[in-house]
Design a binder for this molecule. Structure first.
Ligand SMILES: [Zn+2]
Length: 443
């Protein structure tokens, strides 16, 4: 793929224009259910597409697409799925003032996911302009709610044509053919309020974590000492992502064990701390509840204790499990419930996302893998991850790029950037993907 300076300029200008729109989820209106800025990003994108000769559509202000190819209901659909909403700037002042520094476009959304959307777009535009006549419809779907639950894709799948094959450039290369199942739940234990004997050491409160999918880096404890004074204590671990808990150190688990030992030294027990030691402990694989195990496709189950709120009468712990793609979630639920029951601990499910799994010999996986290897000179195999992508929200879809192996992940971070040379390589890969998928899936 040979890009001229003018080509590059056009890509940069469009990406900058998109980054300048602060498309963070905002207050809902009838017209723009995910906030005015998200819809503005979509309309900006589709206005260019229309001017360039694509058909476009906006669906209830939640999701839209551009496409070319046969305009008939019977033509199979091939799609790339990107999103134009972004996470908040946090304390990053220049998040929405894109800057080109050393070949990198710096700004919120540059790599997650506006840059990849632009790469796919120009791939399609190239095919359109060179007069390529696909036998499938080639569509770029643009969602506006990926960062907050993907309601955009729920809306899309309700009325719009579903792809026979699709990829989402919202993760990493090579092809991700397996995404573990995700189960998030809260464990609650209440006990009668006892009047705290003034002369005994008592755990009054414990707090840690903000989200189930983050390994908490510290846990704050409040004690009442035998002399009546209060003491605060912070137990520190190492923060991390719930899908890789073994790479972090869970501060809740550490704090619960230290608290249990401290009470035991005065001859006391506490029901929640006993439960924690016997059923959760310091493990990150759910072993004590009998959950540990793995499959050959996607590796081991992971368990994260993410958020703890404990006071003098009650403990609430929110957990995040990633389970192997070939497992049955009903069996997991039963095991967790029966581990909790003897202690009077209550299980409440918050969220479940079924695993995604396409075998390595499925045409979509094989074709994308072959293209990736051809274009990069690698001999990569499809990979499995514990995290979840957009791919779960559409049938026949896998995550594919845009981050290359060895590149740092900068999504959601201050200083988020997209390396422009890498986006060009991605564009070449995505262009070829559409071309070869079209040949394979045409009827
Ligand atoms: Zn994303």
């Amino acid at each position: 793929m040979n890009l001229t300076d003018k080509d590059r300029q056009e890509r940069r200008a469009f990406l900058k224009q998109l980054i300048r729109i602060p498309s963070v989820k905002g207050s809902a209106s009838a017209r723009a259910p995910f906030g005015a800025a998200t819809l503005e990003a979509l309309q900006t994108f589709l206005a260019k597409a229309q001017a360039d000769g694509f058909r476009t559509k906006v669906i209830d202000g939640k999701v839209g697409y551009l496409e070319f190819g046969p305009d008939t209901a019977s033509a199979p659909l091939l799609a790339a799925v990107c999103h134009l909403d972004v996470v908040p700037a946090g304390d990053w002042q220049q998040a929405f003032e894109p800057q080109l520094i050393d070949g990198r476009m710096v700004g919120r959304g540059s790599i997650d996911d506006k840059g990849p959307a632009v790469a796919v777009y120009f791939g399609l535009k190239r095919l359109l302009q060179e007069g390529y006549e696909p036998r499938c419809k080639l569509r770029l779907i643009l969602g506006l709610d990926e960062e907050s639950g993907s309601d955009c894709m729920k809306r899309y799948t309700k009325t719009e044509q579903l792809p026979v094959a699709a990829f989402t450039p919202d993760a990493e290369f090579p092809v991700i053919h397996a995404e573990k199942g995700l189960l998030q739940f809260t464990l609650t234990l209440s006990w009668p309020e006892t009047t705290v004997p003034a002369d005994k050491l008592t755990l009054l409160a414990a707090h840690a974590g903000t989200r189930a999918n983050v390994v908490p880096g510290d846990c704050h404890l409040t004690w009442q000492l035998p002399d009546g004074r209060h003491e605060s204590e912070t137990v520190t671990g190492v923060m991390g992502h719930a899908s890789l808990p073994q790479a972090a150190e869970n501060a809740i688990s550490k704090a619960m064990e230290q608290a249990r030992l401290r009470l035991a030294a005065t001859g006391q027990t506490q029901p929640w701390l006993e439960f924690y030691q016997q059923q959760i402990g310091m493990c990150y694989d759910g072993r004590l509840m009998g959950l540990a195990g793995k499959d050959a496709v996607s590796g081991p189950l992971t368990f994260n204790a993410g958020v703890l709120q404990l006071d003098a009468q009650q403990a609430r712990l929110t957990c995040d499990i990633r389970y192997p793609v070939t497992w049955d979630v009903a069996e997991l639920r039963t095991k967790i419930r029966s581990a909790c029951e003897p202690y009077g601990v209550q299980y409440t499910e918050n969220h479940h996302a079924a695993p995604l799994y396409l075998a390595k010999d499925q045409p979509l996986v094989m074709i994308l893998t072959r293209i990736y290897n051809e274009q990069t000179g690698q001999q990569a195999e499809p990979i499995a991850i514990g995290g979840g992508t957009y791919a779960r929200s559409l049938p026949n879809t896998v995550a594919f790029g845009p981050v290359f192996p060895g590149q740092p992940g900068v999504c959601h971070q201050t200083g988020e950037y997209a390396d422009l040379a890498s986006l060009e390589r991605s564009e070449a890969i995505y262009t070829e993907a559409f071309r070869q998928l079209d040949q394979a899936f045409a009827r």
